[in-house]
Design a protein around this ligand. Structure first.
Ligand code: GDP
Ligand code: IMO
Ligand code: MG
Length: 428
């Protein structure tokens, strides 16, 4: 048996979906442990492109049981829309399991997310607008609705009434329409009959699977730098997207995790607000190149991603927080054609050099990158299968990233397709 965690090492969109899909045939269950439909994973299988949000990427592999675990927040209509879209394309969706303890995103959570984001008196986070933050806030303040509550009318009505009592006061202050209990409930009712058979005691299912020698993959949404504890707070999401979140988000002990795989892009992107030291100004030639060649547009919101150079300080910090067994380096092919490739090796913070992530967010906000330059390559690498097939300059780039992060790069992505990889070490 093996428990293997996959998490993002930067600010999201590193290619976690593809990395999860890669392991598909060796895995028995894939459990998504945090976040919700703020995530957007594009997986390309045999030239077919699938965009997944709430569903674990393992759903694309017929032999895998996909699990939405307790750490996830679920927008019920969105879940079924996503399932139905896959079903039309011939994917078997009947295997999905949903945790009875996962929290439910409601209409008032989405309304509050939107109201707070548009409040001129508040710092804009640039959220995905899916109600993620307000739903996790209710979870922590012990007033949330869990999946099991949807099947107990008395409990559900009581919880919604109690929530609306305070939420409507806030919505009124934001000059937003008040919501009624019926408006909230009518969003779920058409789906309850279909949802019921999917609901499971997922901590039990996952632990029993590990007991019986099965391989379980724990799929993280978002990424280390968006983690509510370890990311660039307050410009973060509202869950633990780091390796530790795999345990609290599923009910599986740390002693059952054998590997932690970090997914990292060969450059950096970020969506939404917040500090990003290696960002290249939008409109700059290189930023445009990465944006267009890399197709750096959000799968969830369609927003153009902010693009920048690889940040080895972030990679080293991510390695520290997650203690990666392996890294999957994605999108190396996108750098092909650049004369010079820059890597941030340290920050200048008010005249002082920092080789490690500043612990104070005010310092990180003013950190200026100190770069080391690497010569690029122009050869097409998209069909490379072995490290030795790569141009010497690409090999040198990878070796340098490996040394700087302190984690070994086991898989290198050279194209979007499932098979476009160089596998240097087996992940499992
Ligand atoms: P996730 O949220 O971490 O799963 O990543 P996204 O799906 O949001 O963004 C990653 C994008 O890069 C997707 O469109 C993938 O198909 C694509 N991708 C992943 N690995 C590679 C790679 O090695 N090369 C190229 N060209 N595209 C890749
Ligand atoms: P995947 O799983 C990139 C960002 C948002 C915003 C912040 C908070 O595809 O990597 P939220 O709606 O979660 O409250 O927004 O987090 N964000 C992501 N950025 N990839 C994601 O997911 C993201 N999920 C949230 O842009 O800055
Ligand atoms: Mg994404």
């Amino acid at each position: 048996m093996s428990g293997i965690v996959i998490v993002g090492a930067q600010w999201g969109d590193e290619g976690k979906g593809k990395a999860t899909d890669l392991l598909g045939n060796k895995i028995d269950l894939v459990a998504k442990f945090n976040g919700g439909n703020n995530a957007g994973h594009t997986v390309v299988v045999n030239n077919e492109t699938y965009a997944l949000h709430l569903l674990p990427s393992g759903i694309l592999t017929p032999s895998v049981i996909p699990v939405i675990a307790n750490g996830v927040v679920i927008d019920v209509p969105v879940l079924f829309k996503e399932l139905d879209a896959l079903k039309i394309r011939g994917i078997d969706i009947s295997r999905l399991l949903v945790s009875s303890g996962a929290h439910v995103i409601t209409k008032y959570h989405r309304a509050l997310d939107s109201a707070m984001e548009n409040d001129p008196a508040k710092k804009k986070i640039g959220t995905t607008g899916r109600g993620i933050g307000p739903t996790y806030a209710d979870k922590i303040s012990r007033s949330g609705i869990r999946i099991a509550d949807l099947f107990n009318e008395n409990v559900l009505c009581e919880k919604i009434d109690s929530a609306l009592d305070s939420k409507n006061r806030i919505l009124t202050r934001y000059e937003r329409p008040m919501l009624s209990r019926d408006e909230v409930i009518e969003e779920f009712t058409p789906y309850l009959e279909r949802l019921k058979p999917l609901v499971e005691d997922t901590p039990l299912v996952l632990n029993q699977a590990l007991d019986s020698g099965k391989n379980v993959l724990f799929e993280g949404g978002q990424a280390t730098m968006l983690d509510v504890d370890f990311g660039t707070y307050p410009f973060v999401t509202s869950s633990n997207a780091t390796a530790g979140g795999a345990c609290t988000g599923t009910g599986v002990s740390p002693t059952r995790i054998d590997k932690v795989v970090g997914v990292i892009k060969a450059y950096t992107t970020r969506v939404g607000e917040g500090p990003f030291p290696t960002e290249i100004s939008a409109g700059d030639k290189i930023a445009n190149y990465l944006l267009k060649t890399g197709g750096e547009f959000g799968v969830t919101t369609g927003r153009a991603r902010r693009c920048g150079w690889y940040d080895a300080v972030v990679a080293k910090y991510s390695s520290l927080i997650n203690n990666f067994s392996d890294l999957v380096l994605t999108k190396l092919d996108i750098l092909t054609g650049l004369d010079v490739i820059k890597v941030c090796i340290a920050y200048d913070v008010n005249g002082k050099t920092h080789k490690n992530m500043p612990s104070n967010s005010a310092d990180f906000a003013v950190a200026k990158p100190i770069y080391k330059e690497f010569p690029g390559w122009s050869e097409d690498i998209s069909s490379a299968k072995h490290f030795q097939d790569l141009p010497k300059n690409a090999q040198n780039y990878i070796t340098a990233l490996e040394e700087l992060s302190g984690s070994r790069i086991s898989v290198i992505g050279v194209g979007a397709d499932r098979d476009a990889i160089i596998e240097r070490h087996k992940l499992l």
